[in-house]
Design a protein around this ligand. Structure first.
Ligand code: MG
Length: 375
């Protein structure tokens, strides 16, 4: 097969804004492929296997973890990138790295750490993902972090407060100048949304916290479930759910490709720099956007606020808050590596330590510090 041509507005490794520390060019792979490979080999990436989104890791083997979520995001983002002639390697690197800075216990853990860090400069998980690849990974002799390209780092930093953006230099500039990131970064962001909405439907039903009948009120799910049942009237259970979710993902991906191709055509950016100056060009159609918002609202109300999820979240918040409080009261409880970091900034070193924990490690560490019979 002939090599696919990248669009004029795609990111090109040979025109990258480069890495923070100069390195010889890679052999046999592009700069963005090297970024992706470094992410896959990182410690933070392996930990994603034991970190969760909605369900806590020990609740079942079949729920999504942040690792499988990141792989789903990468798969969706790559197929859209291919259709739009964007850079597949860059979008894959961003997708695989986008959740590296997440705390244990999903949103609950993040909220808790955020609250603990309020008086100490705050905690933002996107910024933490950047911190992981810029500072916290320690694998290379010549530099801290993974020394990724500007384009991968820009994609990882999805959101950022203005105060932190100012302190970040080039990669924070777009927040202060109101510019967009590359189309690859915009795409990774929406692929994330497609992935979590759909797998939360799947996991919600699998866990029994949601039942199929509830979805009659959600347009996009109801529409596809009805179409499936028209074609396969006897289909029930898991296969009905999978067939419905499969079609929903297909609709969202197809719509994303079509609507984005339209808006790219209208603005016809001649380069990645022009795409950064344009309004967001990777987009759903307004109809599908509304349907996707409706699904999000439904999940918030019925899954994320389900009393069993709320109970787990409360427990998770308590674990994080207890750990933070214990370490802050006595930093000598920290492992030596983090004690050394704590010399400069104790709360930040504690936040780095806790954010790096997997669900099960945080539970174990809590037991070690608080259960009197443990050593
Ligand atoms: Mg995500």
């Amino acid at each position: 097969m002939p090599e696919r041509e990248l669009a004029a507005y795609a990111a090109r490794p040979e025109r990258s804004h480069g890495r923070r520390h100069r390195e010889p060019p890679p052999r046999g792979r592009s700069e963005y492929q090297r970024d992706r490979d470094r992410i896959i080999h990182s410690t933070a990436f392996r930990r994603l296997e034991y970190k969760t989104q909605v369900f806590i890791n020990h609740e079942g083997d079949l729920f999504r973890t942040r690792l499988t979520h990141s792989l789903e995001v990468a798969q969706i983002a790559r197929s859209v990138a291919r259709s739009l002639d964007l850079n597949e390697d860059l979008v894959e690197a961003i997708a695989l790295a986008h959740d590296l800075g997440h705390t244990p216990f999903g949103h609950a853990g993040q909220d808790a750490l955020n609250t603990c860090m309020k008086p100490h400069g705050g905690f933002e998980h996107n910024l933490q993902s950047l911190r992981v690849v810029d500072v916290l990974e320690q694998r290379y002799a010549a530099f801290d972090g993974l020394n990724l390209t500007f384009e991968a780092r820009e994609g990882i930093l999805k959101h950022c407060s203005l105060r932190n953006a100012r302190a970040l230099g080039d990669v924070g500039e777009r927040f202060t100048k109101n510019r967009r990131p590359s189309l690859e970064a915009q795409l990774a962001n929406l692929a994330d949304e497609i992935a979590y909405n759909n797998h939360d439907v799947d996991d919600g039903l699998r866990s029994g916290l949601l039942v199929p009948e509830q979805f009659a009120q959600v347009t996009i799910v109801a529409r596809h479930m009805k179409a499936v049942l028209r074609q396969y009237p006897k289909l029930t259970g898991r296969r009905l759910v999978h067939e419905t979710v499969r079609r929903m993902i297909d609709t969202l991906v197809t719509d994303l490709v079509r609507a984005s191709a339209d808006s790219i055509r209208r603005h016809s950016p001649a380069s990645i720099e022009e795409a950064r100056l344009a309004p967001p060009l990777i987009t759903f159609s307004s109809r599908v956007r509304e349907e996707s918002q409706e699904l999000k609202r439904f999940l918030r109300e019925h899954l994320y606020r389900h009393y069993r999820v709320v109970r787990m979240s409360a427990k998770a918040r308590r674990v994080v808050a207890d750990l933070f409080g214990a370490f802050l009261a006595d930093p000598r409880l920290l492992p030596p590596e983090f004690q050394a970091r704590a010399q400069d900034n104790t709360p930040r070193a504690i936040a780095d330590y806790i954010a790096g924990m997997t669900d099960r490690y945080a539970i174990l560490e809590h037991r070690r510090l608080f259960a009197i019979e443990e050593t």
